[in-house]
Design a protein around this ligand. Structure first.
Ligand SMILES: O=C(O)[C@H](O)[C@@H](O)[C@H](O)[C@H](O)COP(=O)(O)O
Length: 222
């Protein structure tokens, strides 16, 4: 794990957006298409907007959420909506956004359908993760029903899982997320910095972010 501590959140945002843009550019030099996997949550929004300004051949980029709350694509809690409003609509309009939700299916059926779509995209070219203070990433929540299945090396590309608050979700499995050559993590604030230190002493089951530790590049600011 490599930790980069920035003087402030603006510097973090600009540096991370540049790293992601550079990684996408390199991927596009070797593949017809690049696959970018992005987190939900509030932290990454400034980085999405900064990335949208990157001069990339977005028409050759597929963007997929690392996880999804089981809500319609126009719902305020939708991660696909978050990515559409803050990346696609902000300058990356040519990119393909591959959603995980399906209006007519329940999370179990929907995860199976999404696994087929995401499986056809793999391997990921660039992965950006977020992390909660409980050291979850994507929707890989410690203690969650479905976590063991989601962390299994033979797991499908997308699996259903239930968040600690009972919210039904689907998430890319650890195995699918690990197809990325490296993972960027964007965290801010001392509480998440302390959680990162705690994770270093724990197992992936106790702290799912640990599953990505080997190639993890953490961009941090207070
Ligand atoms: O769907 C989600 O909520 C995200 O994928 C999740 O893994 C997020 O990255 C963390 O919960 C951090 O969220 P914040 O950035 O809002 O703290």
């Amino acid at each position: 794990m490599k930790l980069i501590e920035h003087p402030d959140r603006e510097a973090l945002t600009l540096a991370l957006a540049q790293d992601i843009a550079d990684a996408l550019g390199m991927a596009l030099n070797t593949r017809d298409r690049a696959v970018l996997c992005l987190p939900g949550g509030s932290t990454p929004v400034p980085a999405f907007k900064a990335l949208a300004a990157a001069r990339l051949d977005w028409a050759r980029v597929s963007v997929v959420p690392g996880d999804e709350r089981w809500v319609p694509a126009d719902h305020p809690r939708s991660n696909a909506r978050l990515i559409r409003r803050n990346l696609i609509d902000e300058g990356a309009s040519a990119a393909e956004l591959v959603g995980l939700h399906h209006d007519m299916l329940d999370p179990v059926e929907g995860a199976a359908a999404a696994a087929a779509r995401v499986g056809a995209l793999l391997p990921l070219s660039v992965l950006l993760l977020g992390m909660g203070e409980d050291m979850h990433t994507a929707s890989l929540f410690p203690g969650a029903a479905g976590l063991a299945a989601a962390m299994d090396s033979a797991a499908p590309a997308v699996v259903p899982i239930t968040a600690p608050d009972g919210e039904p979700r689907v998430t890319l499995s650890a195995a699918a997320l690990l197809t990325a050559p490296e993972a960027f993590l964007m965290i801010t604030g001392p509480d998440k910095r302390a959680a990162l230190d705690r994770a270093a002493t724990l197992t992936p089951e106790e702290a799912p972010i640990r599953a990505f530790w080997k190639g993890l590049i953490v961009h941090y600011a207070d």
